[in-house]
Design a protein around this ligand. Structure first.
Ligand code: ARG
Length: 459
């Protein structure tokens, strides 16, 4: 018998370079647990359906468990000649238990087997990623609670726009991550469909019980079309898409943190333990971690593009192109998990420079909208109020002062609607706390958001 499990119809052995080219063992070996889990369920089903004997099934199962232990102890020799994890394990099983091992692959193809393994793997990884998202969300909420009264300028066009609570900014990311969490629930749902039993493409002549396998492996659903079962990679595309959007969120905040760490902003300082220095410039403390997360986002987006391109125009059913689904997926999983874990550290270790944020609010005109709103509340149409406030800002800029420095008489020169309460109305605290519309930046609204977050955590 040839060393290959499919060697029967061949006269020559595979060219060594071709072997290396088409083998996936170097990356798909990480699915060894799922492969064994799936094979155990399959073997149980084969015996239950009397397709193989109970004795053979038991031999297969204990052989597989032994192989699992060998792999986990690092004692398993992976062979490139055996192409992939599926054939490496099957060959080891036959070496271990003899003929019974050769019965495991009855009513199964590697096409539905690899689909099963990948579904199991993605399902599990999604759960781990969701846990990490929760951890990061908790750190955002903790930071939002700790810094609740700190006021910073909110920006549009990267120009100071209106005063906001720093916590309001942090909670924006909490909600972005909440959508990421929910998107991954959708990914999990589409990964939670059981493909085994599709055979190579058309089903099998054996009286299998797919429902039994689905129950053994705790699947919520079963593919009802065998061609779809072996060709579907939507759940991988969805995973990469959800991962890309998540990374984009981390990248946006990374960009903000990088800016905030700069001397020009000086709004936050990262923990020394989270930064690196320069080999030449002794003064440097660089925000490498957020920079790297921003950088790695490109990689994950790249994996999504690669996979979309791989599947586009691919005819049914299995084609070897589909083996290309794994490296990008695995790298995206590793990148996302690492980034989430690291980011949680960054957020909890970040020091907030309250005074600098305050100064950026005080020494500016981000309260100009409040000035206009004040006049509207005194009866002026908004457009007119906007015009007058604009003129006041211009007046201050010309004198090198801010709105708060104007006396009541000076205000009155621009409109007789101004009264004593104007100075109070344009204070940063007033600006923030009067934005008490649902979801606004007032302390009350931010506290409401934090409560909502805690409700989510409790469920
Ligand atoms: N290593 C292969 C993959 O990842 C397994 C399926 C191979 N099937 C086949 N007919 N060549 O897709």
């Amino acid at each position: 018998m040839s060393e290959k499990l499919w060697g029967g119809r061949f006269e020559k052995s595979t060219d060594e370079m071709i072997n290396d080219f088409q083998a996936s063992i170097n990356f798909d070996k990480r699915m060894y647990r799922e492969d064994i889990e799936g094979s155990i369920a399959h073997a149980k089903m084969l015996a239950k359906q009397k397709i193989i004997s109970a004795e053979d099934s038991e031999k297969i199962i204990s052989g597989l468990k032994k192989i699992l232990a060998q792999i986990e102890e690092g004692k398993f020799n992976f062979s490139v000649a055996l192409e992939d994890i599926h054939m490496n394990i099957e060959k080891a099983l036959t070496d271990e238990i003899g003929e019974a091992g050769g019965r495991l692959h009855t009513a199964r193809s590697r096409n539905d087997q690899v689909a099963l393994d990948t579904h199991l793997y993605v399902r599990k990884q999604v759960e781990e990623i969701q846990k990490l998202i929760r951890e990061l969300q908790k750190n955002f909420v903790a930071a939002a609670k700790k810094n609740l009264r700190i006021i910073m300028p909110g920006y549009t066009h990267l120009q100071r726009a209106q005063p906001i609570l720093f916590s309001h900014h942090l909670m924006a990311y909490f909600f972005m991550l909440q959508r990421d969490f929910e998107r991954f629930c959708g990914v999990r749902k589409r990964a939670d469909i059981m493909p085994l039993g599709a055979g190579a493409l058309a089903g099998t002549t054996f009286p299998i019980d797919r429902k039994f396998v689905a129950e053994e492996l705790n699947f919520g659903d079963i593919y009802l079309n065998s061609l779809d079962a072996v060709s579907d990679r939507d759940y991988i595309l969805e995973f990469l898409s959800a991962a890309s959007i998540l990374m984009i969120h981390l990248s946006r905040l990374s960009e903000e943190i990088i800016l905030w760490c700069s001397r020009e902003f000086s709004f936050v300082e990262l923990d020394d333990a989270h930064c690196t220095g320069s080999s030449m410039m002794p003064q440097k403390k660089n925000p490498d971690v957020p920079e790297l997360i921003r950088g790695k986002t490109g990689r994950v987006i790249g994996h999504l593009m690669a996979m979309l391109t791989t599947v586009k125009a691919l005819p049914l059913a299995y084609n070897k192109d589909l083996q290309e689904d794994k490296e990008g997926l695995f790298d995206a999983i590793d990148t996302v998990k690492f980034s989430l874990a690291v980011f949680a550290e960054i957020i909890s270790g970040m020091k907030v420079r309250e005074k600098n944020m305050r100064r950026a609010v005080e020494e500016d005109f981000s309260n100009a909208t409040d000035l206009a709103d004040y006049l509207v509340k005194k009866g002026l149409p908004f457009r007119q109020a906007h015009e007058i406030s604009g003129k006041l800002v211009h007046h201050c800029i010309e004198r090198g002062i801010y709105l708060k420095d104007l006396s009541l008489d000076e205000f009155k020169d621009f409109s007789d609607k101004f009264a004593e309460d104007i100075h109070h109305a344009i204070k940063p605290e007033t600006c923030v706390n009067s934005r008490n519309s649902l979801g606004g930046t007032s302390q009350k609204q931010v506290e409401m958001q934090i409560e909502k977050a805690e409700e989510i955590f409790a469920n």
